[in-house]
Design a protein around this ligand. Structure first.
Ligand code: SF4
Length: 321
């Protein structure tokens, strides 16, 4: 089975305070143990603290967003000093520098007027907060890099969101490697290797991408790669639930039809059923399938499926979904 390559890890942008850097307004941090001790073994971090990098210092006045939801201002809570222009002017070149570093994902600190990705409070006229905003830097970065997998650290506590995000950053890393030397043949291999992964996220998305590649001969390669990349990241961001995983597992089992004896077949059917009912985690049927694929002769394309090894198994993400 093809294991994910570990010599060229995904490069992940991150709000510095999440890795224990004492850069918060009060001189503290919000260290995230999963990111530091588990995920950190498999990725390369690129730390950014927008508020420190625009020169606000540590400690500093606490900031908040005020005004319109779609164009909030970032101001000091006590002084009312407006830092919006400074932040926006700094963001452009900083994001360009991050683009040069070829990120595969970004993890933001939740709730921050600079880094928060979802439901950041924006205070309106009556000083009434609406938790529907986005931090200024997070907004600028997601606008500039719409395909980049992004998440908030709080949401990584949800097993399914965490698994989806980490699967996407490793997929993005593979995609970035193909973009370094793009060929139609390389894209065909990529599509073949990701077939089961894409099917788990969206059967119709997988078919659309397959069609795009099959009809790719007639199009300029850069246009094809661009369209494929957009669709790929959109499909992968759809959460794959037990129903669609079961569909893929049964599909994979079909390749063992003539190889397995009656007892092995019944065991596999039973384990997939138990997974479907939520009584076993996904790792169990996947491990059993891999065991049978190792023991029996299977087509090369099957053993190359990224679905069987989307990220280092040590992350144990499929033990929890
Ligand atoms: S949330 Fe962002 S701006 Fe605030 S301390 Fe963390 S990295 Fe710096």
């Amino acid at each position: 089975m093809t294991e994910p390559e570990t010599t060229n890890p995904p490069r992940i942008g991150v709000s510095s305070c999440l890795l224990g850097e004492k850069v918060r307004y009060n001189g503290g941090h919000t260290r995230n143990d999963f990111m530091l001790n588990t995920l950190g073994r498999w990725v390369e971090w690129v730390m950014v603290c927008p508020e420190v990098e625009i020169g606000l210092g540590i400690p500093r006045e606490s900031l908040r967003l005020v005004g319109k939801l779609d164009a909030p201002r970032m101001v000091g809570i006590k002084s009312g000093d407006d830092h919006t222009e400074t932040m926006n002017e700094w963001s452009g070149p900083r994001i360009e520098a991050l683009r040069q570093q070829e990120l595969d994902g970004y993890i933001f600190k939740k709730g921050s007027p600079s880094c928060g990705l979802f439901r950041v409070k924006v205070y309106g006229k009556n000083n009434f907060p609406m938790a529907k905003g986005r931090g200024l830097f997070a907004h600028a970065l997601t606008q500039a890099m719409p395909l980049l997998p992004v998440e908030e650290e709080g949401r990584l506590n949800d097993a399914q969101l965490r698994e989806n995000f980490i699967e996407r950053i490793f997929a993005h890393r593979r995609w970035r490697q193909l973009l370094a030397e793009p060929t139609l043949g390389g894209l065909m291999d990529f599509q073949a290797d990701f077939k089961m992964t894409l099917m788990a996220h969206s059967p119709s998305g997988q078919r659309d991408l397959g069609r795009m590649v099959a009809e790719g001969h007639d199009r300029p390669l850069d246009q094809l790669m661009d369209e494929y990349g957009r669709k790929l990241m959109e499909v992968l961001s759809r959460i794959a639930g037990p129903k669609s995983h079961t569909n893929v597992l049964q599909h994979l089992m079909g390749f063992l039809k003539s190889a397995l004896d009656r007892g092995d077949k019944a065991e596999l059917v039973d384990i997939i059923h138990e997974y479907r009912l939520g009584r076993l985690p996904l790792i169990v049927p996947i491990t059993l399938l891999k065991h049978h694929f190792r023991r029996h002769e299977t087509p090369d394309w099957l053993s190359r499926q990224v679905y069987l090894n989307p990220y280092p198994s040590e992350l144990m993400l499929r033990n929890q979904i």
